[in-house]
Design a protein around this ligand. Structure first.
Ligand code: CP
Ligand code: NVA
Length: 330
């Protein structure tokens, strides 16, 4: 069946079929080729999009801006605290105003219910640029990167180490299940995803030929992995008071040389970024001083190794976001 995503929201990967995700990945690869060869693609000239950020961002914000501009759109960026939304105007009212002016709305913030409300009230496509629960545009970039590096998605052994119940853990489990990868969450059980989502992902994986597994055992979780993926231990919006407990829980799940050695020799290392792999950041330096650790979720050795594909992955944010904007607005 031909895929047509015009007018659709992009709020979470659970809402998309494997065929629709496949379509977006192929479109992304085509946009990447066009960008690299300098072929113009201003297909959305005359349209306008707005980017609402209630949390900070480098990759997602820049990807939406560059992708929108490459497609010929006008782009408005509203940074945390610079609109009336939430404080003086409800989400429903903000959505109805923005929907009168813009053809599409990107939102990064806290509750999934907020991005859902923007979609319910605006009347135009809404794209989730990260909530506490899901980060769907990151998933497209990650799948594209895996396919580029390993030549396939189906049957790939994918291991996620770290906080498996944050937006990245949740989203990667769903993305892998949809596209037939073998997903392993390698994490302490306190940080496993919610049971309803595990059940849902297992159901999806049964249909796609993939699998979903959760383990606290690092040896078992990393053995024969094709991809080892991690994320920061404390996510945006969480209080500083959780650092001590999170370090205690997640230090055994650091991606280091031993973890990579237990994976396949051809394994790649992935991370959505930003990453605390050294002390060259304010938070990295503070944590080093307070807790005596110079690297957190990944060692600098692994981050800088040949197996690390994190900057290709970051570039793919832009190509895949461009595909989402185009497919839903064209
Ligand atoms: N990976 C990611 O979403 O990065 P930013 O927070 O910089 O957008
Ligand atoms: N889990 C991280 C992802 C950042 C892209 C956060 O929410 O801060």
């Amino acid at each position: 069946m031909p895929v047509n995503l015009r007018g659709r929201n992009f709020l979470k990967l659970l809402d998309y079929t494997p065929a629709e995700i496949r379509y977006l990945l192929d479109l992304s690869a085509d946009f990447k080729r066009k960008k690299r060869s300098g072929e113009p693609h201003r297909y959305l000239a005359g349209k306008n999009i707005v980017l609402l950020f209630e949390k900070t961002s480098t990759r997602t914000r820049c990807s939406f801006e560059v992708a929108g501009l490459d497609l010929g759109c006008g782009v408005t960026y509203l940074d945390p605290g610079s609109s009336q939304m939430g404080k003086k105007e409800s989400i429903a009212d903000t959505a109805r105003v923005l929907g009168r002016m813009y053809d599409g709305i990107e939102y990064r913030g806290f509750a999934q219910a907020t991005v859902q409300a923007l979609a319910d009230y605006s009347g135009v496509p809404v794209w989730n640029g990260l909530t506490d629960q899901f980060h769907p545009t990151q998933m497209l970039a990650d799948l594209l990167t895996i396919e580029e590096k390993l030549g396939r998605l189906k049957g790939v052994n994918f291991t996620y180490m770290g906080d498996a119940r944050n937006n990245m853990g949740n989203s990667l489990m769903v993305a892998c299940a949809k596209m037939g990868l073998n997903f392993t969450a390698c994490a302490p059980k306190e940080l496993f995803p919610e049971q309803w989502l595990i059940d849902e992902a297992k159901k999806i994986a049964a249909e796609s030929g993939g699998s979903v597994r959760l383990t606290e055992d690092v040896q078992e979780g990393t053995r024969d992995a094709d991809v080892i993926y991690t994320d920061i231990w404390v996510s945006m919006g969480e209080p500083d008071s959780v650092w001590a407990e999170r370090i205690r829980l997640l230090q055994p799940y650091q991606v280091n040389a031993a973890a990579m050695a237990n994976a396949k020799p051809t394994a790649i290392f992935m991370h959505c970024l930003p990453s605390f792999h050294d002390t060259n950041t304010t938070i990295g330096a503070e944590i080093a001083q307070k807790f005596g650790i110079n690297e957190m979720e990944v060692t600098d050795e692994v981050f800088e190794s040949k197996q690390s594909v994190v900057f290709d992955e970051a570039e793919n944010r832009m190509h895949t976001i461009k595909a989402v904007i185009y497919a839903t607005l064209c």
